[in-house]
Design a protein around this ligand. Structure first.
Ligand code: HEC
Ligand code: HEC
Length: 343
């Protein structure tokens, strides 16, 4: 069944594209059809709420707002844009000024819970409303007075008002188009699922790393970070991977439930070459340190530790470097250079 879905889509090699459809709606915003990379058809379709369909004008406005320093006017991040902390050259990551690491942005159309501690549960619209109202405490008056924005909001939304809802909705539309799917491992997956991809070979070392990643008796990483049918490289769940005996509160900070203590968002393993240091608090500087943690340092009596962590991962030195080589093959550099996401 998956293969059938896959064959329906033909764009094997090119970067993900979002193309305007041909319909002209007499002044109403122009529908966009999200062109998914072939192997993303293995996933359930992205969540797009009925009241915020993707449109060319909405995506364009969302991108402008993402790079707009006036959006933070009057708030704690005065003078900064979203893109001041989320840099495209680093897969929309940057070194964090906080105790919490910045989370890079890609493939969030498939998420329904956000932030390391899971503070926002819901759609991209919900997390964008949080970013605009609560994080930026945005004062939209400068944007309201700007004739360029008056036009852009009017083009994007039928109720052309410049309010936080439309601002958040436009940002959510832009985020749905931010798809990263062109690492060498992606090419391998595209080929595996029936495509014909030039240069899709992983090296012998990377192939050995992949076997360790997928082997329950070795690395066993795929239960949380996704197997061959999950190009997101995360299960999008909140779990405790056993970092500490006395963990940070994590998801329990918001749910106030003892069984959520120490659970954090499973991060995607995509684009790790851009996003060091690692873990929610940035405790590991290199991928070698991360792999050594999984092999040697997991705290088995950490509260609420996930069942998939309750085993010793015996990895020799060669296996550790093979696994690191495989993780690096999950890097999609084309994403950091895609003009569709540039200001
Ligand atoms: C001052 C730096 C900074 C700015 C400016 C900033 N962010 Fe972030 N962003 C962060 C940090 C740090 C995190 C992780 C925080 C956490 O998880 O609690 C984050 C996380 C996120 C996430 C969660 C992603 C996920 O996978 O769960 C989203 C979405 C997001 N930011 C969007 C935005 C948007 C939209 C803007 C502009 C309105 C913005 N950010 C501006 C630092 C920033
Ligand atoms: C039980 C689920 C689970 C398993 C199994 C698992 N991880 Fe993780 N992984 C997580 C969670 C959760 C985090 C974030 C933890 C935190 O920051 O508190 C994480 C973080 C990471 C990070 C840091 C990413 C970043 O952006 O900070 C890397 C790299 C990583 N894991 C690789 C692996 C590898 C390699 C394996 C197999 C050896 C593996 N993981 C197995 C759940 C898991």
């Amino acid at each position: 069944m998956f293969l059938g879905l896959f064959n329906a889509c033909r764009k094997e090699d090119s970067p993900p594209e979002i193309r305007p459809s041909q319909t002209n709606n007499n002044g109403a915003p122009t529908p966009y059809s999200l062109q998914l990379p072939a192997h993303f058809n293995l996933l359930p379709p992205p969540n797009i709420p009925d009241d915020n369909p993707l449109t060319v004008e909405g995506v364009e406005l969302g991108k402008k707002l993402y790079y707009e320093k006036k959006l933070s006017q009057g708030g704690p991040f005065e003078g900064r844009a979203c893109a001041s902390c989320h840099l495209q050259s680093k897969s929309f990551y940057s070194n964090s000024p906080f105790s919490m690491e910045v989370i890079p942005h890609f493939n969030l159309a498939w998420s329904n819970q956000f932030l390391w501690e899971g503070k926002i549960r819901g759609s991209l619209e919900d997390v964008m409303l949080f970013e605009v109202n609560d994080f930026f405490e945005a004062d939209l008056s400068a944007i309201r007075e700007d004739a360029k924005y008056q036009q852009l909001y009017a083009n994007a939304f039928t109720d052309d008002s410049i309010n936080s809802k439309n601002t958040a909705y436009a940002l959510a539309q832009f985020f749905r188009t931010m798809i990263s799917a062109n690492s060498r491992y992606d090419n391998y997956l595209k080929m595996l699922w029936g495509g014909n991809v030039e240069g899709a070979k992983l090296s012998n070392q990377e192939m050995r790393g992949m076997e360790i990643y997928l082997n329950e008796g070795k690395g066993d990483c795929f239960h949380c970070h996704g197997g061959l049918d999950n190009p997101l490289l995360t299960n999008n769940a909140y779990v405790n991977n056993g970092l500490d005996q006395f963990p940070d509160s994590g998801l329990a900070k918001y749910t106030k439930r003892a069984e959520d203590l120490g659970k954090f968002k499973t991060p995607s393993l995509r684009n790790l070459l851009f996003t060091a240091p690692f873990m929610h608090d940035g405790r590991f500087v290199t991928l070698e340190e991360v792999v050594d943690f999984y092999a040697d340092e997991v705290v088995l009596n950490s509260p609420n530790i996930d069942g998939n962590m309750l085993k010793v991962r015996r990895l020799n030195r060669q296996e550790r470097s093979d696994l690191v080589a495989f993780l690096k093959a999950m890097t999609d550099s084309s994403y950091t250079q895609n003009p569709a996401f540039m200001p």
